[in-house]
Design a protein around this ligand. Structure first.
Ligand code: PMP
Ligand code: GLN
Length: 379
């Protein structure tokens, strides 16, 4: 077989979920809710199928859903995305990221990724024939703009931003976005902005979308996912918003990779998005879970890192173990009975840290059981 991605193993999410299942561990590794979505949303899918939404959607997505996405983005971020030209419905954020990267980079180009970097960026860039250039964040998981500047070469074509940030839970600030705007203008870069956690931002902080910044909006592919926002990660429906010239390039590839996305869920999401309450309430919903989980973890020897957004809580375990992160995550799963994700897998080069990530998008009893196991693990 032709050797595509010869050095790429199985994604950590598959590895840790399988290990958790094998050992009966509470799975706080892979990020997905273990509770049901809103019954009204489920009913809307059933209704859509009953009403005949069962054939191919238009290649770019159902118009009602594109209109709902454009209206929400424009209302929230002051942008002016056109529902017909600038919004494309995708098979989740993952396909949005892959296709956006392929639309704007090619052989020999370099793409800056901020590490720890979500694990699909690196292979997506390599598949496009381009070179991922990892730039580690600062020790407290802020974007290190001096290091980003230093990593830019004449071959740098794009940068991948992710805010709120998986796995650190950090949220980019207005200054971060302005810095990126200057840099992108100066070096004529495309920006792939992974904003799948846009509605999970805590303590009154603002989500700084690229759509809020005119100089970024015009050169960015904004990637979103309904899976995160509506507790339906298995539906794999998302969107990409980009100015029409960028969207046209995106759609040239999209039409021959997926053509179009599952129709009844698109129709249901369009109906459901008309009510802002579910996504407006999401930050409050998860902030309460974050607080309860942090309070429970405070009873363990693990040190909590800040969590400003996303449904991930990162901890430092150096007080209890000197194992490398992957070994510790395996030990935690098989011996303590709680699965976690090691941060080391999100870097190109080995790191000296002792950090793992827990997902708190779980029922209260699930989180309580995980905390109970963690509290007794080092007794
Ligand atoms: N980007 C980030 C940062 C994510 O955490 C995820 C989901 N884990 C995705 C993209 C992919 O989203 P989807 O599940 O909609 O493909
Ligand atoms: N995005 C999820 C996470 O970070 C996992 C998605 C996947 O399993 N590919 O945990």
């Amino acid at each position: 077989l032709p050797a595509k991605l010869p050095h790429t193993g199985t994604t950590i999410f598959t590895v840790m979920s399988a290990l958790a299942a094998e050992h009966g561990a509470v799975n706080l590794g892979q990020g997905f809710p273990d509770f049901s979505p809103d019954p009204a949303l489920l009913q809307a899918v059933t209704d859509a199928m009953a009403f005949g939404y069962n054939q191919y959607a238009p290649m770019t997505g159902l118009p009602v859903l594109r209109q709902a996405v454009a209206a929400r983005l424009n209302g929230l971020y002051g942008s002016a995305y056109d529902a017909d030209r600038d919004i494309t419905i995708t098979a989740g954020g993952t396909q949005g990221l892959l296709t956006a990267l392929h639309a704007c980079v090619g052989a020999g180009d370099e793409v800056v990724i901020i590490e720890p970097a979500y694990d699909s960026y690196d292979p997506a860039i390599r598949l496009a024939g381009a070179v991922p250039v990892g730039v580690p964040m600062t020790v407290d998981y802020r974007i290190d703009w001096a290091a980003v500047r230093a990593a830019i070469t004449p071959r740098t074509r794009a940068l991948v931003l992710n805010t709120p940030h998986n796995p650190s839970g950090r949220v980019a600030t207005g200054d971060d976005l302005r810095e990126l705007e200057r840099l992108a203008e100066q070096h004529d870069l495309f920006v792939i902005s992974d904003e799948v956690y846009e509605h999970m931002v805590y303590d009154g902080q603002l989500h700084e979308s690229v759509a809020r910044h005119a100089g970024l909006r015009e050169r960015s592919f904004l990637v979103g996912s309904f899976g995160k926002t509506f507790h339906v990660t298995g539906w794999k429906v998302g969107f990409v918003a980009a100015p029409s010239a960028l969207s046209a390039a995106f759609r040239r590839l999209h039409q021959y990779t997926v053509f179009s996305v599952h129709t009844p869920t698109q129709q249901a999401l369009a109906t459901y998005l008309a009510d802002p309450a579910p996504w407006q309430g999401l930050s409050g919903f998860y902030q309460a879970r974050r607080d309860a989980f942090r309070a429970a973890l405070a009873q363990t020897p693990l040190t909590l890192l800040p969590c400003e957004g996303t449904y991930f809580q990162t901890v430092d375990y150096s007080a209890v173990s000197d194992l490398p992160e992957l070994d510790f995550a395996r030990w935690l799963t098989t011996e303590a009975g709680v699965a976690a994700i090691p941060l080391s897998v999100f870097y190109q080069r080995p790191q000296e840290r002792r950090h793992v990530r827990f997902c708190f998008a779980k029922r209260e009893d699930t989180l309580a059981e995980a905390a109970r196991r963690l509290a007794s693990a080092w007794r």
